[in-house]
Structures are given as structure tokens and as C-alpha cells.
Design a protein around this ligand. Sequence first.
Ligand SMILES: Cc1ncc(COP(=O)(O)O)c(C=O)c1O
Length: 357
Amino acid sequence: MFFASDNGAGASPKVIRAVADAFQSGPAIAYGDDDLTRAVERRFCELFEREVAVFLLASGTATNALALAHVTPPWGAIYAHEVSHAHATECGATEFYVGAKFVPVAGPGGKVTPEALAAKVRRANRGNPHSVQPATVTITNLTECGTLYRAEEIAALSEICRREGMRLHLDGARFANAVAATGASPAEMTWRAGVDVMSFGATKNGAITAEAVVFFDPALADGFIYRRMRGGHLLSKMRFVSAQFEAWLEAEHWLDLARHSNAMAARLASGLQGLGYRLAWPAEGNEVFPILPAAVAQALRARGLRFHGGNPDALAEPLRPGETIARLIPSFATTPEEVDELLALLTEIGRPAQAAE
Ligand SMILES: Cc1ncc(COP(=O)(O)O)c(C=O)c1O
């Protein structure tokens, strides 16, 4: 049983077929100067209901780092949740590209709140050459804790950004899951709520490897073509990334895939709660974080369940002795039977109280 991550899953057959078709269609000019890439750029404009500047890349870390580097000066402060991927688990990639400094913001459930952000910015020592200067805010949707920002929450953060002269970046490695869960449009979840630039991930939700940086004001993208190349991320066979995006975005395939993984997560979350386990954070997309007695987590691993642990830093209340957080992530390919098998295994292992003894 595999619940370690959605990027552990394979790829959607539709996406795989599209890549195979692109191979069949013969040679094309390299480095993204091809028809498929032009078609994808147009598709992104339709999706977001406006003119956008789109740059395709191969990894989520590269999209975050290059996008953040593009909108932040080297002396800038980038405000990010303390457990955010860009700050905590990208080995300093953004700092490598721009030299700016992350300023971590705490908050339950992996979310930056307007109050916490405003308090950090107030203490920024503006104009003091000894301190980095407020420049950028980055949020993740879905968050690393499986919670989500609704459009109005994003708008509240962007209001602070406007007031303070900062840019708002969105890490959308699981943007599809957030859009599918809220039912809001991609436009409402981004530029209409004040997002300036986003990392749009497809890899975790059915692509082979396909990520994009999207600038909602094309003027802000000025120079990004050079930054991407200089960063070593202008792919010569870009058209195969484009082929993935074309198939993935066509006819809401990306949302169908995300709706499925969200539904599997909801089934898992309610099953876990039915068995008496509490969740560290509400499962609002496709990430589920049950709090388990360590003995139960160990028994699950021994019985072949593949999963990672969750980060306790974003908990509102600390764990009790002997407890641990499991991070269970269904993907577009997870079946209801697999979810039920996991729940049956938990039943067999024992109820929380018995297992903790
Ligand atoms: C929220 C988030 N952002 C960015 C990334 C980075 O993606 P990649 O592994 O493709 O570099 C991940 C990957 O786990 C992620 O979970």
C-alpha cells in the first residue's frame, strides 16, 4: 500500500499518450520554440481568463526558486510559512538563485495569517541597511499540512502585500487540489485575489514531470527567459513538457484527477475518524495527517504501508507523549479499495487506546 506521496504515482494514461504522440509527430525546433509550446501558452491564457506569461520547467523546486528570485531583490525578505516547502525543504534553492532571506512565519495548519504576516512586517526595520527589506510573500495552496486558502483569505494577504509594496507568490504544487476542493475558478484563486506570480504544478497530479511559472502581469516576466536559461532550466526538449500540459489541461482532465485524489482523501479521513483517530489538521484536499500512537505507525510500516511523517511544528497543540503524525497522500491513481484496505489494516492492528498500551 502506497500513501507516501502523490508524486510516487505514475502518470495519467492520457498524459502518457500525449507524450507518445508528440514523439510520433517528428522533429521540432528545440528549447520551446515549437507549436505545442505555443498552444500551451494560449491554453494557460484561456484557463486564467487573461493574458499571462508562462514558462515551463521540470521541477517544482526550480519553479519556486526562479519565480521567487525574479520578484525579490538580493536584500529582500521573503515571508513564508515556517513549514513551507520553499523555505524548509528546498535546500536553500531560492537563496542560491537570489541571495535573499526567508523570514519564517508561524501559524496552525501551515497557513500564513494576515495577523502573523502583518506583525512580522511591522518588525522589519525598514530603511535600515542592517536588515533585509520586505519584498515578497509566498504561500502554498494546498498547504504542506493539507489545508487550503480560500480566495478571500488570499485576498486578505494580498492586501497587506499591496500596502507594504510586496509581491505575492503562490506555490501551486497542488493547486489543482485546491481548485477542485473550493470549486472556485483558477482566476479567482490567483490574480483576482492578488497573486502576482505562481508555480503551477502538474507532476503530483498525473503528469510525468511538468511545472510552470505563471506571471499574471506579463510585464513582470520581463527578463525571466534569461533567468530560466541562466539557471539551467531551459529544456531543449520542452515540447514533451508542453505535450503533458496540453493533455492535462484539456477538458478539465487536471481537475478530474484532483477531484479523485481529494475524494480518496475524504474517504480516508472519515474512515480514520470513524476508527477513533484524530487528524492533525482538516483534510481539505488530498493530504491526510492522522495522529497515531507510535506503536500503530510502526505496525503499519511493518505490514508494508509506505508513508512519511508529518511536521509537528504547525500543530496548534503539541503531540501527547508517544504520539506521531502520519502523512498519508492519496493520488489520482489511488483506488477506494486501497483506502479501505488501509482502514481494515488499522482495524486489525487495534484501536488507538489498545495500541498505545
Ligand atoms: C508544496 C510543494 N512545493 C514544491 C515542491 C517541489 O517539487 P519538486 O519535488 O518537483 O522539486 C513540493 C514537492 O514535494 C511540494 O510539496
